[in-house]
Design a protein around this ligand. Structure first.
Ligand code: HEC
Ligand SMILES: [Cu+2]
Length: 422
C-alpha cells in the first residue's frame, strides 16, 4: 500500500521534528546509526533528534505494527476516495444543474427515487464500515492480549521519570528488551496519570494511579545499546515518551528503548542487577551516587538552584540551606519544617534529629525522606517527591547519602570531580 498518508497528529509531529532537523524529510532511518551527516557547517553538529522512518510515519519496528499501519492506511485511503469522489460529484452537479437565466423551469417528470442507487449507497458503506470494525477489533484484541510466555517488566511512572524493573531485580531508566520475544509491561503510577508511548512499536497505554495496566509488543530487530548518560543525543534505539501531560517536567520523561539479542540481553540484565554490588565500598558514593542522582536531578539541584525540591548544594541565603549542610542545620537548629504532615508549628529539624529523637541521625532522616517523603516536609515545599520504596536498596541509599555528605566533590551536573582544590 502506498504510504503517502497521514493524519493531523502525524503531520504535526513530523513537522515539529522536521523543523528541528534542518535537513528536513530526507533524514536517514533510525537503523543506520550513522552520525548526523546533514549539518554543512564544520562546527560540532547540533544534536538532532530523529525518529527515522519517512516523512509520514516512524519506522514500524514491532510485530504488530504492520497490522496497525494497514488499518490506518486503509481508513485514510478510504477517506481520500470518498472525500475527493463526493467533492467531485458535488461540484459537477452544481455546475451542471445550476439555474441558467432568470426563468425557473420545473420538470414535473424528474426522478425522485432510484432504488438501486439508494440500496447501493447504503449497502456499500455498511460493508466498508463492518470491514473497518473487524480490522480494528482484531487489532485491538491482539494488542490487548499479551502472549502467556511474555517476558515481564514492571514499569513505574512517577513525576518525572520511568523506572523499569526486570525479573532478576535489575532496574533501569531506559527500557531494554530482548529481541524476538514478546515483552509484557506491567505498569503503574506513583502519582498522577501518565501514558507510555513507543511510536516505532505503535503501542500506547495510559498508566493510571491505583491501577495496573498492561502493554505488550515484540521487536525482532536488535538496536544496540547506548549508556544512559549518552542516550539522549543518539539515534540508536527507539523513542519512548510519556504522552499524558503530567506536570512541569513532563518532557523529561522522554526515554529510549533498546532491543538486544538474546545473549547481549542476558548479559546486560545480569550486570545491571549486580552493578551496585560490584562498585567497591570506598568508591560507592563517587561512582554509584552520580548514577543514582539521575533519578533525583529533576527536582534537586547541586548548585543551589531552586527546583521542585530543595537543592542539595550550598544555598547561602534563605532558611533552606542545601542538604550538604544538613549536618550543621541539625546541630544549629536552622531550617523550619512547617507545613508538613507531622509538624505545623514551625519547629526546626534539630527538634527531630538527634539521639533519642524521631530520627537518631541525619542519615536516618535522609533515608526516611527517600522511602517516605511525606513524613516530614520542609517549609516552602509541597508533598511532591515520589517515594523510592522498593526501587532503591539499602546500598543505593548509602551511596546517595555518601554523595550528599560529600556534595562539594560533585559538579552541578552530578559528575564526580574529586576534592576541590582550595
Ligand atoms: C518530583 C520531584 C522530586 C524528585 C524526583 C526527588 N525529590 Fe526529594 N524532595 C522533593 C521535594 C518537593 C522535597 C521537599 C518536601 C519533602 O520533604 O518531601 C524533597 C525532599 C527531599 C529530602 C529532604 C530534604 C531536606 O532538605 O531536608 C531528601 C533527603 C530527598 N528529597 C532526597 C531525594 C532523593 C535521594 C531523590 C532521588 C532518588 C529525590 N529526593 C527525588 C522532590 C523530589
Ligand atoms: Cu508523565
Amino acid at each position: 500500500m502506498i504510504d503517502l498518508t497521514s493524519n493531523v497528529v502525524d503531520i504535526l509531529s513530523s513537522t515539529m521534528l522536521a523543523m528541528q532537523d534542518a535537513a528536513g524529510a530526507a533524514a536517514p532511518a533510525v537503523q543506520d546509526a550513522a552520525p548526523v551527516a546533514a549539518a554543512p557547517a564544520a562546527e560540532p553538529a547540533p544534536q538532532v533528534r530523529e525518529l527515522g522512518g519517512d516523512f509520514w510515519m516512524p519506522p514500524a519496528a514491532s510485530t504488530l505494527a504492520p497490522a496497525t499501519d494497514f488499518a490506518f492506511q486503509a481508513i485514510t485511503w478510504l477517506s481520500y476516495v470518498f472525500f475527493f469522489g463526493i467533492t467531485f460529484v458535488l461540484v459537477y452537479l452544481t455546475v451542471k444543474f445550476r439555474q441558467k437565466g432568470t426563468e425557473v423551469k420545473y420538470d414535473a417528470g424528474a426522478p425522485v427515487h432510484n432504488t438501486p442507487l439508494e440500496v447501493g449507497w447504503t449497502v456499500i458503506p455498511l460493508l466498508l464500515v463492518i470491514a473497518i470494525f473487524f480490522m480494528g477489533f482484531k487489532g485491538f484484541l491482539d494488542l490487548s492480549t499479551p502472549p502467556k510466555d511474555a517476558y515481564e517488566i514492571n514499569v513505574t511512572a512517577a513525576q518525572w521519570n520511568w523506572n523499569f524493573k526486570y525479573p532478576n531485580g535489575a532496574t533501569s531508566n531506559d527500557l531494554v528488551v530482548p529481541a524476538g520475544q514478546p515483552v509484557k509491561l506491567v505498569m503503574r503510577s506513583n502519582d498522577v496519570l501518565h501514558s507510555l508511548y513507543i511510536p516505532d512499536f505503535r503501542v500506547k497505554k495510559d498508566v493510571v494511579p491505583g491501577r495496573y495496566s498492561y502493554l505488550w509488543f515484540q521487536a525482532d530487530e536488535p538496536t544496540g545499546f547506548v549508556p544512559e548518560d549518552q542516550s539522549a543525543n543518539t539515534t540508536v534505539g527507539h523513542y519512548l515518551f510519556c504522552t499524558e501531560y503530567c506536570g512541569k517536567d513532563h518532557s523529561n520523561m522522554n526515554r529510549k528503548v533498546f532491543v538486544l539479542n538474546e545473549t547481549d540481553f542476558k548479559e546486560w540484565e545480569e550486570t545491571q542487577a549486580r552493578w551496585l554490588d560490584e562498585v567497591p565500598d570506598e568508591e560507592l558514593y563517587s561512582i554509584a551516587g552520580p548514577k543514582l542522582y539521575l533519578r533525583c536531578s529533576n527536582c534537586h539541584s547541586i548548585d543551589g538552584t531552586a527546583g521542585t525540591g530543595p537543592s542539595w548544594g550550598d544555598q547561602t541565603s534563605g532558611s533552606l540551606a542545601g542538604l550538604g549542610t544538613l549536618w550543621q542545620r541539625v546541630t544549629e537548629g536552622v531550617s523550619p519544617i512547617d507545613g508538613g504532615t507531622r509538624d505545623n508549628g514551625g519547629r526546626k529539624l534539630a527538634d527531630y534529629i538527634g539521639p533519642g529523637k524521631l530520627y537518631e541521625t541525619p542519615e536516618d532522616y535522609i533515608r526516611e525522606s527517600i522511602y517516605n517523603p511525606g513524613a516530614l516536609l520542609i517549609s516552602g515545599y509541597g508533598p511532591n517527591m515520589p517515594h523510592f520504596r522498593g526501587q532503591l536498596s539499602d546500598r543505593a541509599v548509602d551511596a546517595i547519602i555518601g554523595m550528599i555528605k560529600n556534595i562539594d566533590q560533585f559538579d552541578p551536573k552530578g559528575r564526580y570531580i574529586g576534592n576541590a582544590p582550595n
